[in-house]
Design a binder for this molecule. Structure first.
Ligand SMILES: Cc1ncc(COP(=O)(O)O)c(C=O)c1O
Length: 378
């Protein structure tokens, strides 16, 4: 059976049509990790690799490598707008979402008068940009089970906004916790249009979510709110971390402002554009990536249950597990097995973020976890 047919089969299974072929026959062949080629359970990437269509599109794009990509960026923006159910004016492509995070923070920084607010346990890029721009950072303690305490964040932001401009950075689902925030509290807060307050919603992992309680803030952009930007990336489910593409999604007013803080938004890489446009069309690949992620997560969480290792509910392509012991020895022992797991995320010093690999990789990882238990390492 062709790889392409298998992708279709996977999608068919997801959407309930009567097909019986194996779902994951097209996953990369499993090779036990070595020092030279360790298993990467540390960067939240898509372990399937780029789709075949995207690889073909990159090949074709080489014929345009000597040309500026104006027409191709315009076409990409159109496709991204369609993906977001909006208009090209609502989109600013960026070199990874990292660039969109930087540009958004800088666009809404009023020098000397801005405060950056985020939860204490979240992805650090926003705060790193704030630091580089000499913006004071105020972090808010997490709630129960490392949840985002939106009430406390709102209280702090309200107090600060009396005298300052406030940038609120929210990653939803959050990294490293993998949990979603309370949609009602978040929507109520943004919709209240608090004065002097701008929200950056980083939704890098939204495509992996299963919980129906999750609501993308893209909806608020479509409703015309000018006090937020939603940031997306092609590094996660779209499997393009090495090709560097993300985008900002906002009202035209917001996007025009953010665009002033990048060198060009009409100058993306031809290969990257081609791959992204192919992936956007390849619904089977996205469905397969999602189904595989769900399968890998189940392999891991079943083992964690069996070993009585607590973990937070995962809505992304990683799981945050409670080692109940310092992280460093676990990381080093896994490294000795040629498996790279997540870095420290203070203040959750006894927790480890495990990025989900292929099902075969997760089975191998689970085998190592069980060996660790036998050796009393965990
Ligand atoms: C929440 C979040 N935002 C943004 C990024 C950066 O992604 P990109 O590769 O698009 O720069 C990551 C990467 O891990 C992330 O976890």
């Amino acid at each position: 059976m062709q790889r392409r047919t298998l992708f279709k089969t996977a999608a068919g299974l997801m959407f309930g049509s009567a097909v019986s072929a194996p779902v994951f026959a097209a996953e990369p062949e499993f090779v036990p990790p070595t020092a030279k080629k360790p298993m990467l359970l540390c960067f939240n990437e898509n372990p399937l690799g780029l789709s075949d269509d995207a690889k073909k599109a990159i090949n074709e794009a080489t014929s345009r490598a000597s040309r500026y990509p104006f027409a191709q960026v315009a076409a990409l923006k159109k496709d991204l707008a369609e993906y977001m159910d909006a208009q090209p004016d609502n989109i600013m492509p960026s070199h990874g979402s990292a660039e969109a995070i930087r540009a958004s923070v800088e666009a809404y920084n009023v020098p000397g008068k801005t405060v950056f607010i985020c939860p204490e346990l979240t992805y650090s890029d926003g705060a790193d940009v704030a630091k580089r721009n000499h913006i004071p950072i105020k972090t808010v303690k997490m709630g129960k089970n490392w949840s985002m305490d939106l009430a406390a964040m709102r209280k702090l932001a309200t107090a600060e906004a009396k005298h300052k401009h406030v940038i609120v950075y929210i990653v939803n689902p959050n990294n490293p916790t993998s949990t979603i925030v309370d949609s009602k509290a978040l929507f109520d807060w943004i919709k209240s249009k608090p004065k002097n307050t701008f929200f950056i919603l980083d939704e890098a992992y939204a495509e992996f979510v299963n919980d129906p309680a999750f609501k993308s803030c893209a909806e608020l952009v479509r409703e015309g709110y000018n006090n937020l930007v939603v940031l997306k990336t092609f590094s996660k489910i779209f499997a393009m971390a090495g090709l560097r593409l993300g985008f900002a999604f906002g009202t035209k007013q917001v996007i025009d402002n953010v665009r002033d803080h990048v060198a060009y938004d009409v100058m993306m890489n031809q290969a990257t554009i081609a791959a992204a446009m192919a992936e956007l069309k390849d619904k089977d690949f996205i469905a397969k990536s999602k189904a595989m992620n769900d399968e890998s997560r189940k392999i891991l969480t079943d083992a964690l249950d069996e070993l009585h290792i607590p973990y937070l509910p995962s809505e992304t392509n990683f799981v945050f597990i409670d080692l109940k012991a310092p992280l460093k020895p676990f990381v080093e022992r896994m490294k000795a097995e040629h498996i790279l797991v997540g870095r420290p995320f203070p203040p959750a010093t006894q927790w480890c973020r495990i990025s989900l690999g292929t099902p075969a990789e997760m089975k191998y990882f689970v085998k190592k976890l069980k060996e660790f238990r036998q050796k009393n390492y965990i």
